[in-house]
Design a protein around this ligand. Structure first.
Ligand code: AMP
Length: 380
């Protein structure tokens, strides 16, 4: 057990690291951040920060040696660096889990090999025959880059011969995954924590609504039957067990029109679809992550209101004149509303599509929470 007073290292310095640092500092830990960029929301609120590249082994080694445990808030860290530092650090979750989750092909292959329900896919190696891989899955399908994809970046839907040709041209022989298109009732996510003692605990299931591939709204609890929620949690817990996870893991799923649950993605870190837990749950996902990686007992994951809705605030909400930012949203809209909570990440430069903050509302019913959330979003 790594007791309060010790130092927790975080690789990555974005908003997830910032909210992790808040939770850790509240429990009496010191947080060190490792982040290449100088503009870091997490570094701003932490005891110490190192700004260097993930490939700078000397800087990384000095960083991990000063920490009692090292975790991540960012997935795309070259695991080659972590492998070399294995004897110098305690990585939680272990870096091998990051290696699986950061690459779609490895992730999907792992799901298939371990018999977890997933979207049917075909692999196209670098320089391989993408058209053939697309035809083997059938249309419609979606082509995704194998590495470094998030928020729908590097994805293309293929519905006919014309879009097939376009996809082949734009992927230019890159390594890719071709996935069957899933007609789904909704998208769900589950955040599961697993302690050093092997205890697992799931947060309530979130229903997620994406706009332009970016998470827009999370609704808690998800508006699906209790049986589906139980099934989603069972899948997440079984994945955590199979991975021998220490920490938290977000599992994103499609509830297909057929009624089947299919895993889409996994992330061994706090997740955007868990931000609601800061205001709507006894223990937040960030505190749970601190507890899990330090070996403290896991916290209670009960909702504190019948319904919670989280809305992402993107740079699009700023006032723009062409590509010039000319003003910020009127925060009093949220600050002046009872049962609404504003979280801003301290990012200096707003950009369309950039996650700048979020807000949460709680209410007595899903209808009331959604209505209030959408009204505040429009008013921003
Ligand atoms: P991803 O980056 O894989 O999470 O994809 C971003 C979003 O694109 C998902 O949340 C879905 O809304 C949509 N999407 C991705 N893959 C598929 C698929 N195979 N079928 C249908 N929609 C998809």
């Amino acid at each position: 057990m790594i007791l309060p007073g010790k130092t927790l290292g975080v690789l990555g310095g974005g908003q997830l690291g910032r909210m992790f640092a808040h939770a850790a500092e509240r429990l009496g830990y010191r947080v060190h951040i490792y982040e290449p960029s100088a503009d870091s929301p997490a570094a701003e609120v932490s005891a110490h920060a190192v700004h260097s590249l993930y490939t700078d082994l000397k800087a990384l080694e000095a960083f991990v040696r000063a920490c009692d445990v090292v975790t991540y808030e960012f997935e795309n860290i070259p695991t080659e660096s972590l492998r070399k530092l294995e004897s110098a650090a305690v990585f939680r979750p272990k870096w091998q889990i990051l290696e699986i989750a950061q690459n779609r092909l490895r992730e999907k292959t792992w799901l298939r090999e371990n018999n977890f329900p997933h979207v049917r896919f075909a692999e196209c190696e670098a320089g391989g025959n993408l058209a053939e891989a697309i035809r083997s899955i059938g249309l419609p399908c979606v082509v995704k880059t194998a590495d470094f994809g998030y928020d729908g970046k590097g994805q293309q839907k293929v519905t006919d011969e014309l879009s097939l040709g376009r996809a082949v041209a734009s992927f230019k022989g890159q390594r890719a995954v071709v996935e069957q298109w899933v007609d789904f009732k909704c998208e769900l996510s589950v955040i599961v924590a697993r302690s050093t003692a092997g205890e697992t605990r799931c947060f309530p299931v979130a229903e997620n609504i994406h706009t332009k591939h970016i998470l827009d709204l999370s609704i808690l609890p998800a508006r699906v039957a209790a049986g589906i929620q139980g099934e989603a949690c069972a899948i997440a817990e079984a994945i955590a067990e199979r991975l021998s996870l220490t920490g938290i893991l977000a599992v994103e799923l499609f509830l297909a029109d057929s009624g089947e649950l299919l895993v889409n993605e996994m992330a061994p870190r706090p997740h955007n679809s868990g931000h609601w837990s800061l205001d709507g749950c006894v223990t937040s996902q960030f505190e749970q992550h601190v507890r899990a990686v330090t070996g403290l007992p896991l916290g209670d994951v009960s909702l504190t209101a019948p319904s919670v809705v989280m809305v992402n605030i993107l740079g699009d909400s700023w006032k723009w004149a062409g590509d010039q930012c000319v003003g910020e949203p009127d925060w009093t809209v949220i600050l002046g509303t009872p049962r609404a909570h504003l979280h801003l990440y301290g990012k200096k430069e707003p950009r369309p599509g950039r996650k700048m903050g979020h807000f949460t509302v709680t209410a007595a019913s899903a209808e009331a929470a959604i209505e209030l959330a959408l009204r505040l979003k429009a008013a921003l």
